[in-house]
Design a protein around this ligand. Structure first.
Ligand SMILES: [Zn+2]
Length: 164
């Protein structure tokens, strides 16, 4: 009887160990792959609360809340956390969703992962350099890519082109 209990305890411990290793391995791999790394308290200090909630906690801003929805000037949209240029105004379109939308990112600007937050799998989009969460990409966008990068405006900073 004692042996059996010990055996069960052993199996449980191994399962727990394997489980925590798996979670940890995932997090470490993700954090290690970004050029810009800051600990959570540092991100809280350098970002505004709404920026922190989207970029670091993967929250979604209220649709229609971003002034960048109506931004029509030529220029570049950069990461609000690390200033990496992410999208050009040339690929911006009005998706009618209430979130700034683009049909393509700039070259090597963003990375993607799969999230299951709303049960169905979605493709999450983040800044290639700091890992900050930007939004999601869907396959119902306009030509030429057919993609719709649905981006939280609060995760972006707009810099208009200098007048020619
Ligand atoms: Zn960034």
């Amino acid at each position: 009887m004692i042996d059996r209990r010990l055996l069960l305890l052993g199996v449980g411990a191994v399962a727990l160990f394997a489980g925590s290793r798996w979670l940890q391995g995932d997090d470490v791999a993700a954090a290690d792959s970004f050029e810009i790394k800051k600990d959570d308290s540092e991100w809280r200090r350098v970002l505004t609360k709404p920026q922190y909630e989207v970029l670091r906690l993967h929250r979604t801003e209220i649709p229609g809340s971003s002034p960048l929805n109506s931004e029509k000037r030529k220029g570049t949209f950069a990461c609000a956390a690390c200033d990496l240029p992410l999208f050009s105004s040339q690929t911006k379109f009005d998706s009618g969703t209430g979130w700034p939308s683009f049909y393509a990112p700039l070259a090597s600007a963003v990375g993607t992962s799969t999230d299951h937050i709303l049960i169905m799998a979605r493709t999450e989009v983040h800044c290639r350099r700091c890992g900050g969460h930007l939004g999601h990409v869907f396959e119902d966008g306009p030509p030429p890519t057919g993609l719709r990068y649905c981006i939280n405006g609060v995760a972006l900073k707009f810099a208009p082109d200098a007048p020619a």
